[in-house]
Write a protein of this length. Structure first.
Length: 317
């Protein structure tokens, strides 16, 4: 708040503090998450510490994401619960549990399917994690692209695209079967060359943090990095509700593959609101968790990848 005293303008301490908090959040949020929390996760994993420390870091990431979305919201309306908050929390709990279970299963998979010891154990641990991120990014991006082209995959991926507000927890709002397919595509090649459990743990945390950032309702700034990193400014275009227009920016960690596949899209002048999100072909997509789990298995849960043939065979998106 600004006041005028004897012709001089003064700013209240509260207003100054709020402005400072917004500046810190706008420019410090992404480095804190990508470098700070991922760095902490890498340090914890490299030290072989109990896995609950990674869960603690994830909890800090979620709390930070929700706080920053209120300090510098892109759209303040997206911060309001639309009877979807509990559903999204269930998605997060279920899907994070599945990710943790998959990490825990790596030693068992290695015992069942012996892998050639090709993993670069001699590399610095942080380099191993970065290499794993790049390989996983490619596999997940390919499956993500395929999920917009192959009907059976879209049935399950559509759950993620049913959102009409864009905020951090949307990142883990996925059908468990689709998440399993995506993660398998990203991690299976790594397991086949001997992915260590500790590297997999750091990778799992990095995926969760990335999804929080990618779907964030925070108007943060990353400069030219927005053309390379798959963060919210570019990912909003992916959630446009119209088929074709929203089939862009598929990358999870980077946009490198989108540039190579010519699926990158960005318009700095565009602003988004809820009327542009979701699925134009299915504006009444089920919103409860249980119905979202069942709907892909029903006749109406599918779509035709091309011109609509009937009312029961809608065009995707």
């Amino acid at each position: 708040m600004t006041a005028t005293i004897h012709g001089m303008s003064t700013t209240s301490p509260t207003s100054t503090a709020a402005t400072a908090a917004q500046a810190v959040a706008r420019y410090g949020y992404v480095p804190f998450m990508l470098v700070g929390l991922n760095g902490a996760g890498i340090a914890v994993a490299a030290a072989g510490a109990p896995k609950y420390w990674l869960l603690a870091i994830l909890a800090v990431a979620i709390a930070t994401a929700l706080l920053v979305e209120r300090i510098i919201p892109y759209d303040s309306e997206w911060n309001h619960d639309r009877a979807d908050g509990m559903r999204d929390r269930i998605h997060v709990a279920v899907n994070e549990t599945l990710i943790l279970a998959s990490v825990a299963a790596i030693p068992l998979l290695a015992a069942i399917v012996p892998a050639p010891q090709l993993w670069p154990h001699s590399w610095p641990f942080v380099t191993q994690v970065l290499a794993a991120i790049l390989v996983a990014d490619f596999g997940i991006t390919v499956v993500h692209l395929a999920s917009h082209k192959v009907g059976v995959l879209w049935r399950f991926h559509a759950v993620h695209h049913s959102v009409t507000r864009f905020y951090g927890l949307n990142g883990l709002m996925k059908h468990p079967l689709h998440q399993t397919v995506e993660m398998a595509a990203g991690v299976a090649p790594l397991i086949l060359i001997g992915l260590p459990v500790d590297v997999a743990s750091a990778l799992a945390l990095a995926v969760a943090i990335q999804l929080l950032l990618q779907h964030s309702n925070a108007e943060y700034r990353i400069g030219p990095a927005k053309y390379v990193l798959a963060l919210n400014e570019g990912h909003r275009f992916h959630h446009l509700k119209w088929a074709g227009i929203g089939d862009v920016n598929f990358g999870l960690f980077t946009l490198v593959w989108d540039h190579l596949m010519r699926t990158f899209s960005y318009d700095p002048t565009r602003r988004f609101d809820s009327t542009q999100l979701g699925m134009a072909a299915k504006p009444d997509y089920p919103s409860s968790y249980l119905r979202q789990m069942i709907y892909p298995f029903t006749r109406d849960g599918g779509c035709h990848l091309g011109p609509a043939q009937s009312d029961h065979d809608p065009v995707c998106r």
